[in-house]
Design a protein around this ligand. Sequence first.
Ligand code: GLP
Length: 241
Amino acid sequence: MRIIQCDSKEQAINAVASMLLEKISAHPASVIGLATGRTMEPVYASLVKLSRDSETDLSRAFFFMLDEYLGLPEDHPSSFKHYIKTHVLEPLHLNSSQFAFPPVHAAESALHYEQSLKEAGGVDLQLLGIGTNGHVGFNEPGSLKNSRTRKIELTEETLKSNRDQFVDELIPTEALSMGIDTIMEARSLVMLATGKSKADVIKHLLNHHDDPNCPATYLKSHSHFTLVLDPDAASKINLNI
Ligand code: GLP
């Protein structure tokens, strides 16, 4: 695991946006796995700015979503699909044919998504945030290392920490998420953690391996896993590890 400790939140955000852009500049037909959440919003804003400044062509890239809530009406403003449209697809003037969203209605949706991932040749770079309980995507504590894309029941902690993301009272209790094993198949993983609320889970991540109670720890055995931290998220770790 490579750890990049940044001097500011802005630097951490720009570092991740630059990694994404560099990947696409070097390989325009890259397959990128996108994460959502508050952490990623400024990353996408930075990506929009950097890609404009550098005039990078993003029209050949393809994007897979990491996860999605189940039970929300199509295009609900709290859905991750809506988030990605608002923060990525529209501001970057991309085409919806460049995106794969988890097909949340069909019974065979998980299998179908895995199949689409395979057909696209797998993910080149997977962006990841981390939940305060150590979840990645929506792989909640208890998730197995060999888990694949599937339906997951959300924990109370996740529901509580995501509540402010909902525009109305409709808060889903289930989600579809790429599994740990699915995520591990990406050729590189880039996780960003910012803010004091992530300091405890980052400390746990660095001190544990393959801990089912903190699924993010599974990712440490990936050969190209980069963890980018701002000073607050890194505030409880020993810098000399
Ligand atoms: C969300 C998403 C994750 C995200 C995490 C952290 O619910 N499923 O992909 O990384 O929880 O979210 P935030 O960045 O808002 O703290």
